[in-house]
Design a protein around this ligand. Structure first.
Ligand SMILES: [Zn+2]
Length: 57
């Protein structure tokens, strides 16, 4: 996936968080904002962030 620029990865729902803005959610996931497209995202597992459907902007 690293061959793609982040803007393309966002279209594939592979987002990149604003690192200093991640916060722990009671549901057991880290929540943050994508540094590239600005959508609300949550961490599924280490290094894997997906759009957060439960907390849309
Ligand atoms: Zn994104």
């Amino acid at each position: 996936m690293q061959m793609f620029p982040q803007a393309v990865r966002c279209l594939l729902n592979r987002h990149e968080p604003v690192r200093h803005d991640a916060k722990w959610d009671i549901s057991g996931h880290y929540l943050s904002t994508c540094a590239s497209c600005g959508t609300s995202i949550k961490r599924l597992r280490k290094g894997v962030w997906r759009r957060d459907e439960a907390h849309p902007h």
